[in-house]
Design a protein around this ligand. Structure first.
Ligand code: 5GP
Length: 217
């Protein structure tokens, strides 16, 4: 038998604000087994219906800086408006070692750091169908004021220029189709030859002997 690695996969998902990546990741963990989303720490203010400890761990800038000093993060970045966002490292290793895939929903700067540290990670970029559509989604979700929407829109242009550094891109036009693509990407990645850990084909002589015995019956 061929045995694949039992360790979980690290899956990095990036894309501009409003491209639908959070919805996609949330749907994905409902349809796949043994997969989880890492909860980031952030120093930004809690917004809308967000819940501390579920959407993010909302902490102060001071706490975040203390955690940086204590090497608590696999990666961290300053994203919109000088807010810190970071991936706590502790749960990630634990989950991967237990065979659980871990999704990191992080920005392009964070993804670059993960790429340097973890060559085994896979990188998926979620694109909006068009910039007009992105503008529409950002404005209509009403979670940010005018300045923040403009800032996120400008960041989106920068982020989309980095798409070629990712392994996969999904244009999120239709949520069901995008979900299907994301699920397929992960399934394919699990079949990669470099994930083979052990090949045990059994003893050839013994098997030939069994064939001969069968014919001699
Ligand atoms: P939002 O404020 O809209 O929740 O997120 C802003 C951006 O920060 C998004 O692009 C999101 O993917 C990114 N982000 C969320 N968590 C992390 C993290 O732990 N590290 C990094 N580098 N970016 C993150």
């Amino acid at each position: 038998m061929i045995k694949s690695k039992e360790k979980g996969m690290l899956i990095v998902v990036s894309g501009p604000s409003g491209c639908g990546k959070s919805t996609l990741c949330q749907q994905l963990i409902k349809i796949r087994d043994n997969i989880t989303i890492s909860i980031s720490d952030t120093s930004r203010d809690i917004r809308g219906s967000e819940v501390n400890g579920i959407d993010y761990n909302f902490i102060t800038k001071e706490e975040f800086e203390k955690n940086i000093k204590n090497n608590k993060y696999l990666e961290y970045a300053i994203v919109h408006s000088n807010n810190y966002y970071g991936t706590p490292i502790d749960n990630i290793e634990k989950n991967l070692n237990n065979g659980i895939d871990v999704i990191l929903e992080i920005d392009i700067e964070g993804a670059k750091i993960v790429n340097e540290k973890r060559k085994d990670a896979i990188f998926i970029f979620i694109m909006p169908p068009s910039m007009k559509e992105l503008k529409q989604r950002l404005v209509s979700r009403k979670t940010e004021d005018k300045d923040k929407v403009i800032e996120r829109f400008k960041t989106a242009y920068k982020e989309i220029n980095e798409v070629s550094k990712y392994n996969y891109v999904i244009v999120n036009d239709d949520i069901d189709e995008s979900l299907d693509k994301m699920n397929s990407i992960i399934t394919c990645e699990k079949c990669r030859v470099d994930r083979i850990e052990d090949v045990d084909l059994g003893n050839q002589e013994e098997i030939i002997h069994e064939i001969l015995m069968n014919f001699n019956k």
